[in-house]
Design a protein around this ligand. Structure first.
Ligand code: ACM
Length: 541
């Protein structure tokens, strides 16, 4: 174990031996444009170490620099970190690169640099170091589903801190689904008034007979969202909001029953869904529904500066549209052929609508069915296939195949794994995930913006359960997304697992309830709760 066990691994690193001590006199020399990272260092390292890092120059100082030369040398997210007997020089290729370099500096200080107050008597030193680093992908994402189980604002802010510690830079915020609407929309108060809570929840997989009769709910006010977006931006993380349509919409329909297919279901009787699975209650294909969601997106755009806005588009059963005379009349009127045509009509509408406002639509790979609008991007989740098709057609793609990087899937085949879902995806399996499938043409590969791990929370009822599923695997994922790793068969998995021994100490200091390598602690088990494990290795699709 050594503090130089960096995760994600930098492009090049040398540690020639020797230590640079840091003490109360160590000064911070923050050059032009480096103020935000200087503030972050003072606040985070100041808390952990008690060192004041006063403004100053001279021997032993920590120097932060951004300039046209460093931009040219390292690229916007790259950096160079040099620690010698004379002090620290951190050159950022841009503000983001400088910040990622500061994260590396924190790792080099040791696990106690992740605490919130100094341990008595602790002294501090940095190993002499020469690092040059930059990321492989520009989109290094994590999706959190806050609909199936709500994540309190404080815990979202904490997760953003944890993402930043792993150099991840896109937070895909899954804000709406059948089981809860989580974002305040001022013009439609019932979305949160009625749509943000359910009377009870299924415990375990949907086939489980058990219920939790405690009402479940919660939502973010618009000021909460502004705070989350600002906290993310300070950490060079973009928040991509997702408002799922035309499926996954029962919570919205429960709040405003006219959004649903009222000629085939009694939508007045619908409540926010209390169990899991693919839900038949989808939006009605009317002009009024489009206007309603334009109203939602107007408020969403005012809150989220992200270029990409996610509109879902996944798992939209067509049964109600098949049965509904009104939907059938719409198919004829619009000339879209069939129910798949209605789905593309929804997506194309918002693709144009977002483009007119200078934004770009991203959706799940189902949006490819029926033809994808120009400029739209795809989150490839049912495997690589959708991503390959999209990239070959010139669309940008984020690779997040469920067989590989769905962190709700179980981490081990053992009986003690809590509510086991899906394939076994161990820490080492995630480390061997490759976002760019072999055989993709060079041109198409350029459309792979990056990769994302997705966390669906049906069986994660609280923060500790989310921690357990996300960690330690997010560390392996972060290295896949950031580091210049060779092809999976050539990856040094043993070396990564050795570095993880140090990383577990960092996660301990951060208070992360990860899955220990030896298996779940007794309180991390969920005996008697039904999961839905899938046997055998995941297919590569
Ligand atoms: C998804 O997992 N339905 C995107």
């Amino acid at each position: 174990m050594a503090d130089t066990d960096l995760i994600p691994a930098p492009l090049t690193a040398e540690h020639p031996g020797g230590l640079l001590p840091l003490d109360a006199s160590t000064a911070l020399d923050a050059g032009p444009g480096t103020g935000p990272t200087a503030r972050w260092l003072r606040s985070v390292l100041g808390a952990a170490t008690g060192l004041p890092l006063p403004d100053g120059t001279g021997p032993g100082a920590v120097r932060l620099r951004i300039s046209p030369e460093t931009a040219e040398a390292h690229g916007p997210e790259g950096y160079r970190l040099s620690v010698t007997g004379d002090g620290v020089l951190l050159d950022g290729g841009g503000p983001a690169g400088l910040f990622w370099g500061a994260q590396t500096l924190r790792q080099l200080l040791g696990p106690d640099a992740y605490r919130r107050a100094p341990l008595p008597g602790r002294t501090w030193a940095l190993p002499h170091t020469e690092i040059a680093d930059r990321p492989r992908f520009g989109w290094r994402g994590l999706l959190l589903d806050v609909s199936r189980h709500f994540t309190a604002k404080e815990d979202v802010l904490r997760l953003l801190d944890l993402m930043a510690a792993h150099k991840l830079n896109v937070f895909h915020f899954h804000l709406t689904d059948d089981q809860g609407w989580r974002i305040e929309i001022e013009r439609y108060p019932r979305l949160t008034g009625a749509g943000s809570w359910r009377a009870r929840s299924k415990r375990g997989h949907r086939a489980s007979p058990l219920w939790d009769d405690t009402p479940h709910g919660g939502f973010y006010t618009q000021d909460d969202i502004r705070e989350i977006v600002a906290h993310a931006a300070e950490r060079h993380i973009t928040v991509v909001p997702e408002i799922d349509l035309p499926g996954h919409s029962q919570a919205a329909i429960a709040a405003y029953p006219w959004l649903g297919n009222t000629d085939v279901v009694d939508t007045e009787a619908l409540t926010v869904w209390d169990t899991w699975g693919v839900n038949p209650n989808v939006l009605a294909p009317t002009e009024e529904v489009l206007r309603f969601y334009e109203g939602v997106f107007e408020e969403v755009l005012a809150l989220f500066p992200s270029t990409f806005v996610h509109v879902g588009g996944d798992e939209c059963p067509k049964d109600q549209w098949k049965e509904s005379p009104a939907a059938q009349a719409r198919i004829a009127e619009l000339g879209v052929g069939d129910e798949d045509g209605l789905q593309s009509w929804f997506i194309r509408h918002f693709d144009r609508w977002l483009a007119d406002r200078g934004r770009r639509l991203i959706g799940w790979d189902e949006i490819l069915e029926g033809g994808l609008a120009e400029g739209a991007a795809v989150s490839s989740w049912r495997g690589y296939g959708g991503g390959i098709t999209a990239a070959e057609a010139g669309h940008d793609v984020v690779m997040c195949p469920e067989q590989q990087v769905y962190l709700d899937h179980r981490q081990d085949a053992g009986e003690d794994e809590p509510v086991p879902i899906g394939f076994v995806r161990t820490l080492a399996d995630v480390y061997r995930f490759e976002p760019v499938p072999p055989g993709l043409s060079e041109e198409a590969a350029r459309h792979v913006l990056g990769t994302q791990a997705n966390v669906w929370t049906e069986v994660m009822e609280n923060r500790d359960r989310v921690d357990y599923q996300v960690f330690p695997r997010l560390a392996a994922f972060a290295e896949v997304a950031w580091s210049a790793l060779p092809a999976p068969a050539d990856r040094d998995t043993d070396g990564f697992l050795r570095r993880m021994e140090t990383h577990y100490r960092r996660l301990d200091a951060l208070g992360v309830a990860y899955r220990p390598p030896t298996g779940p602690a007794p309180w991390q088990r969920r005996p008697g709760l039904l999961g839905r494990p899938i046997d055998g290795p995941p297919p590569i699709v």
